[in-house]
Design a protein around this ligand. Structure first.
Ligand SMILES: *Cc1c(COP(=O)(O)O)cnc(C)c1O
Length: 375
């Protein structure tokens, strides 16, 4: 998709906010513990390269991504820190990952066997493939679930130490963002059952996403995978207060491109789902569901001149209409996410209205929206 640089609609990313959040977390870590910034999905929509640089400036010493292409994007941009791919990759890409010094998550021994075959085929390696074993302690997504499975994998790694480097072991919690820690405790117990007495202990032992590090920091081993809170978002939504103020880094702004006065009985938008009861001013904003601003946001609001203005009629693919308290000139600023004259719309507000989570809203903004960086 082309980037809409000639349209006055953009995501504004505050790098100082990113650095503030990440630095605040780095400061809370025990000595010798590291923060890897999670920059998957284009840095949760914020721009992976810009976020990675801000994270590095704030004390992050590595990165996590979801897929190999995201890791390669960081390498191509010149980042030489450790990068862990959190998802399952293809064993056929083992030589490429080894060559690029990219760490693979491994969730099954047959993956190691296949990867070993590809590494053998590739011939002499500059360095072995770094491997983090993923343990499924209750997330139910990927990973080893029993001690015998895990032991088999570790034995295989040790038998192939020239090509495979046992660099890390980790798990992922599914309820660390909940005030009820019952299931979390069960996962912690499972983690200990799987890893207590583990020999050898790899370089990185890690269990914490943002929520775990914010509210269960005693579980952090020597690395955390810090994601959503680095972007200034509370992983629990509003359920639990973070230990320090998080500063949201993302705003979404546009401008009025057209205004008009409509009469009582006039309708607005596809399906004529909105009909004015009385004469009113209507403004048009150049953003729509093709930008990731969802169609179901009809009835929600934007901020203009510090005032909440309702989105009337259906959100179109590229435009939406709002009711104005009075006429405004073309070019008047519209804030869809962020602060405007002391009033604020958060990603959480948008997510609540869409009955989803802010993670999905942030990474749902499409590449048509330019990302503008401040600070
Ligand atoms: C996405 C992800 C994270 C980061 O989670 P946040 O809630 O954004 O901090 C950490 N670990 C794994 C395995 C992930 O998939």
């Amino acid at each position: 998709m082309v980037v809409g640089v000639h349209r006055p609609t953009q995501l504004v990313i505050d790098r100082a906010a990113l650095r503030h959040n990440i630095h605040a977390e780095v400061e809370r870590l025990d000595q010798g513990s590291e923060l890897f910034m999670v920059v998957k999905a284009n840095g949760y929509g914020h721009g992976a390269i810009q976020v990675a640089q801000a994270a590095k400036d704030a004390g992050a010493t590595g990165f996590c991504v979801a897929i190999l292409d995201e890791a390669l994007e960081l390498r191509a941009a010149g980042f030489d820190e450790p990068i862990l791919i959190l998802g399952v990759t293809s064993p056929a890409d083992a030589p490429l990952m080894a060559a690029e010094g990219i760490s693979a998550t491994v969730a099954a021994t047959d993956w190691l066997v296949d990867a070993q075959a590809y590494l053998d085929l590739a011939g002499t390696l500059a360095a072995p493939l770094h491997v983090h074993l993923g343990l499924d302690t209750g997330m139910g997504r990927i990973g080893f679930r029993t001690v015998p499975e895990l032991t088999t994998a570790i034995d295989f790694l040790q038998a192939h130490a020239t090509t495979l480097d046992f660099e890390g072991i980790f798990t992922h919690f599914s309820t660390a963002d909940s005030p009820d820690d019952h299931y979390f405790r069960q996962q912690v117990a499972k983690w200990h059952a799987l890893t207590d007495g583990l020999k050898p202990r790899p370089r990185y032992v890690h269990v914490s996403n943002s929520a775990t590090s914010l509210w269960h920091a005693e579980c952090n081993d020597n690395m955390i995978r810090f994601g959503v809170s680095g972007y200034g978002l509370n992983p629990s939504g509003t359920a639990i207060k973070p230990p320090y103020p998080l500063q949201p880094a993302m705003s979404l702004t546009s401008e009025l491109v057209f205004t008009k006065r409509i009469a009582a009985g006039d309708s607005v938008g596809y399906g004529a789902t909105y009909t004015a009861d009385q004469a009113e001013w209507v403004g048009t904003v150049p953003i729509g569901y093709a930008d990731g601003y969802e169609r179901r946001l009809q009835g929600f609001h934007v901020l203009i001149d510090g005032q909440f203005c309702e989105i009337i009629g259906r959100v179109c693919m590229d435009q939406l209409m709002v009711r104005l308290p009075h006429d405004y000139s073309r070019g008047t600023k519209v804030t869809l996410v962020g602060e405007n004259h002391g009033a604020e719309i958060t990603l959480q507000d948008v997510a609540d209205y869409c009955e989803t989570i802010h993670y999905e809203v942030a990474c749902g903004f499409t590449s048509r929206l330019p990302r503008q960086y401040r600070n």
